[in-house]
Design a protein around this ligand. Structure first.
Ligand code: NAG
Ligand code: NAG
Ligand code: NAG
Ligand code: NAG
Ligand code: ZN
Length: 308
C-alpha cells in the first residue's frame, strides 16, 4: 500500500481524494484512496471474522438436509410503491415490512427490509457467491430481519438475526419484461444519493416462480459489505433469473461517488473455515439409504460385540 502511494505521488496530475469509506476493488485507484475489500477489516473488525460471506459452494461437499422445506412467502404478491436508490455502492429497493418469509427451517418469521444487486461489467462475472467456481453475471439479495427487531443494526447482534434470499442471474436471449420497471428507472438514479419511486411492483415479479424455489443452498455467514456482521442465514436458490445482455448493461450506467462507472460490485469469496453448506433438493432418499445401511452395520457390530 505504501509503495502504491509513493507511486501515485509521482504519477502525473493526480488529485488524491481521500475516502474513509469502504469501496469495491473496481474503485481502488491512485487518485481515489478508498478502502478496498482486502482491507475492509480496517473499517470493521468483523470483516476478518471466520464466518464471512460470500463463499464458493462446492457441490461435491454439500449435504442434503430434508428440514430445508420450501419457504412461505407472505405479501410477496402484493403491489407496492418502493424507493429505489443509488446508495453509492449498489442500487437498492426499500421494501414494506409487510413482506415476510417463514419456513425453510428458519427459526422464526423474518420481515423484508430491502433488496439490492451485485453485478459485473460488460456481461462478465458479477455475482458474489460462486458455484464450483462459476461466477454468474449478477446476484440479487433480499434482506430480511427477525420480526422482533426494529432495524438491521439491531438484528446483526443476533447470530441468526438476518435472513437473506439470494438469486443468481443468467444472460438470456430475450428480455425479462418483469424487470423493466426497475431497469427503466435506473437512468434517473445514475448519481449517488439519487432516488426514485417504483410504483405498482411486487416482489413476486423479481423472483422465479414459487414452484422453482424449492432447491436452495443454506449456510451461516455474514453481510457481504462492511460491517460484515456474522448474523446471516443464507439461502441461495439454484434456479436462476434470466436477463438479456441489454438489461444487464443498464446497470453499468450507474456511477460511484468518484464519478467512475459502478461495475464489479462484488466482494471476493471468503474462506469456508470448516463451515458446511446444506442443500434442500434431491439426494435425500439416497442419503437415508446410506444411513440405513450404516445403522444396520453398526447394530450388527454391536450385537457381535455383546455376543463376544
Ligand atoms: C442526482 O444527484 C445529483 C447530484 O446530487 C443532482 O445534481 C441531480 O439533480 C440528481 N438527479 C436526480 C434525477 O435527482
Ligand atoms: C417455473 O416452473 C414452472 C413449472 O412449475 C415452469 O413452467 C416455468 O417455466 C418455471 N419458470 C422459471 C422462471 O424457471
Ligand atoms: C449522499 O448523502 C450523504 C448524507 O445523506 C452525504 O454524506 C454524501 O456526501 C452524499 N453523497 C453525494 C455523492 O452526494
Ligand atoms: C482519476 O484519474 C483518472 C485518470 O487516471 C481520471 O479519469 C479520473 O477522473 C480521476 N478521478 C478523480 C476522482 O480525480
Ligand atoms: Zn448483497
Amino acid at each position: 500500500m505504501l509503495l502504491a502511494a509513493v507511486f501515485c505521488l509521482f504519477a502525473s496530475s493526480v488529485k488524491i481524494v481521500s475516502g474513509a469509506d469502504w469501496c469495491y476493488q473496481s474503485q481502488v485507484s491512485c487518485n481515489y484512496t478508498c478502502t478496498g475489500p482486502e482491507v475492509w477489516a480496517a473499517v470493521s473488525e468483523d470483516c476478518s471474522g471466520r464466518s464471512q460471506s460470500p463463499v464458493n459452494i462446492m457441490t461435491r461437499k454439500i449435504l442434503p438436509d430434508e428440514r430445508l422445506t420450501s419457504f412461505e412467502l407472505i405479501g410477496y404478491q402484493e403491489t407496492f410503491h418502493g424507493r429505489l436508490t443509488n446508495n453509492g455502492h449498489t442500487v437498492q429497493l426499500d421494501l414494506p415490512t409487510t413482506m415476510k418469509i417463514k419456513g425453510g427451517n428458519l427459526p422464526t418469521t423474518y420481515k423484508a427490509l430491502q433488496f439490492h444487486l451485485h453485478w459485473g461489467k460488460n456481461g462478465g462475472p458479477g455475482s458474489e457467491h460462486t458455484i464450483d467456481g462459476e461466477q454468474f453475471p449478477m446476484e440479487m439479495h433480499i434482506v430480511h430481519i427477525k420480526e422482533e427487531y426494529e432495524s438491521l443494526s439491531q438484528a446483526v447482534r443476533d447470530r441468526s438475526g438476518v435472513a437473506v434470499l439470494g438469486f443468481f442471474f443468467q444472460e438470456s436471449k430475450s428480455a425479462n419484461k418483469k424487470f423493466d420497471p426497475l431497469i427503466n428507472a435506473l437512468k434517473y438514479i445514475t448519481e449517488p444519493n439519487n432516488s426514485t419511486t417504483l410504483t405498482g411492483v411486487s416482489l413476486e415479479m423479481f423472483i422465479p416462480h414459487k414452484d422453482n424455489m424449492t432447491k436452495y443452498f443454506r449456510y451461516d455467514g455474514s453481510l457481504t459489505t462492511p460491517n460484515c456482521a456474522e448474523a446471516v442465514v443464507w439461502s441461495l436458490f439454484e434456479n436462476t433469473i434470466p436477463l438479456s445482455r441489454n438489461q444487464l448493461a443498464a446497470f453499468y450506467q450507474l456511477l460511484y461517488p468518484d464519478g467512475k462507472q459502478m461495475v464489479n460490485t462484488y466482494r471476493p469469496v471468503q474462506p469456508m473455515n470448516g463451515r458446511q453448506v446444506y442443500y434442500s433438493g434431491g439426494h435425500v432418499a439416497l442419503v437415508s439409504t446410506v444411513l440405513l445401511i450404516m445403522s444396520v452395520l453398526v447394530s450388527s457390530a454391536l450385537s457381535l460385540h455383546t455376543a463376544g
